[in-house]
Ligand binder design. Sequence first.
Ligand SMILES: [Zn+2]
Length: 224
Amino acid sequence: MLRITGFRDLRDWDPDLRAYVPLEPGAGNLCGRCGREHARVYEVTDTESGQARAVGSTCVKRLIAAGEFGADDVALAQRSARKAWRDAKAAALEQATQTLAREITVDVLGLFVRHSVQNQVIDRKNKYTGNAERVLKLSLGAFSAEVWVNVSQREPEAPSSAFTTERALCGIQTLARHMAASALQHGGRPVPKGVRAYDVVEAVSWAVRQAFEPPRALSEVLAA
Ligand SMILES: [Zn+2]
């Protein structure tokens, strides 16, 4: 009796074409049964001898038809193939997302280098509750972000002390989010099919935040 003990698909997934990229001749695996080249490779193990062979998908179908496998293994072969397809697709989308995010991060960090971030502390009444509230407002060109500051005894009146590093970083992350969303909309960079704008924007905002850590780098960017 034979068992399927592994599966891999050697092709890459192209998110634009929504299809596998065909392998170049010679890049596949030679079937251990018929000797032909295959991109979808099953590891087939003989349960008696323990011997394993890498077998192409066509030969696996023939072995299934010949009743060489148990019924469980036929289902397993189908599941393996579906899982390989999903994994390849997810990996390709993740890669496309990260590539686009890296490009936009460079653009966004360029804006931070060319402009300093204006910051002010605003005391106002919350428009819904009417309670006093204090926000830090960061702006860079047309972009702005507000970070809420708790007004309490733990938060002294002096505005500068409310302006902690963590809040500044949160504000910068929000600014970066706005800038990345704008770059995606107006930047002329094509968004590959299947890539979610939200994922790109989040990846950029975290990359920008990390670029400002350790915190001492903040002082180089923020206007006094
Ligand atoms: Zn074969």
